[in-house]
Design a protein around this ligand. Sequence first.
Ligand SMILES: *Cc1c(COP(=O)(O)O)cnc(C)c1O
Length: 458
Amino acid sequence: MLQDPVPGLLSRATELLEAEFTSLPPFETAVDPGAMAQVLEATAHRLGDNYPYFHPLYAGQMLKPPHPVARAAYALAMNLNPNNHARDGGRASSEMEIEAVQGIAGMFGWTEFLGHLASSGTLANLEALWVAGQLAPGRRIVGSEQAHYTHKRISAVLKLEYANIPADSRGHMSMEALETELRRGDVGTVVVTLGTTATGAVDPLDEVLALKQKYGFRVHVDAAYGGYFRLIPEALDEPARRAYAAIDQADSIAIDPHKHGLQPYGCGCVLFRDPAVGRFYKHDSPYTYFTSRQLHLGEISLECSRAGAAAVALWATQQLLPLTPGGEFARGLARGRAAALELDRRLRQDDRFQTLADTPPELDIVVWKLNAENKELASELAQRVFAACAARDLHLALVELPLTWFRPAAGFEPELCAANGAGLVTCLRSVLMKPEHEAWLDRIWERLTAACAEVMGG
Ligand SMILES: *Cc1c(COP(=O)(O)O)cnc(C)c1O
């Protein structure tokens, strides 16, 4: 934070932006810089009551600082505050949105598609499920019990029935359980999560697509968190690699640039493989602007006003860091993943901890349980280690997972693995999504082990 390049870069770019409008007569806006300075002092003080999300020792929840170029571009766009509802509200920023979304679709192998930015992953998923409901009214939506909790709520809003499919002990949707649901013949859409929020588990998309051949349904891929891992197949293990390779066969995809894409909040994205679904969005708002004959983004979005600045920030970031395999952006993702694998490796060698059975993390989220006689004690230890880490400026997260996930499971046992209140244990969780986490792993490990020594002795 100390050598922030943004203020200098921004002041130069602001001059250039002002130069674009010099033909206009000058005007004054009444502002009181003294009063503003006071309010901003108070604001800075209030913001100090936060976890230090920008720092590598923040390794808890899914929070990644926006790239400086995204912050600068967002702030630059604030001089205009464009609205990407329509071209009249944001002519340049709508074009930039179209280009940025093409970049994301291209990462998934799509050149012809329909897509746009949304305020969040939740809104992106809502649009995908709304379209799914339009195409198959009255048919059910199903997703793994580890799918994001909002799918159930979204389905309720859309008045579509939603059912949970049990997950196996690595958090993957069970294909046996899915097929049982499919045999009932009323499933319209399967939500496949590439990167669950809790543990970064990757549902077997390729196997779901094979079932689609047999049963016929729509496949929506929720890649809000995990979508960008498509860029680093060489850093993934099977079967996750196979799932990512199949993503271009999805019917719709949601991805959050504000999670792994280095963007400020307010930036989700939804993509549809068939552009013809645009017909469902048709509306006849009497005050919709039509100065342009081209389709405008308000015509293909459920939301009306949207931050043009979010599109500008994303566009600028993708100019600097194109979404190409082997590029700098991809290497940053791979560094976080390497940090996760290394943390998992160290946890496995230390008998104070229990990691998920057999396989290392699939993406960049690590979860582990404290070893104790029973789950109540293990949960209490997790809470205490969490607090002792925080006292050392290391910020982790907590997650409740089925206790059965930590037993060496021989074969899949759906009734054991179905999460139920009685079988949950509190675990520690770390999302190592910053490239800096790799270089900071030793310091993270030192603090974690010191915290454990304090709480558990030894
Ligand atoms: C975060 C997340 C969402 C919700 O996205 P928001 O941008 O927080 O609304 C949906 N699905 C998955 C898998 C997520 O990780």
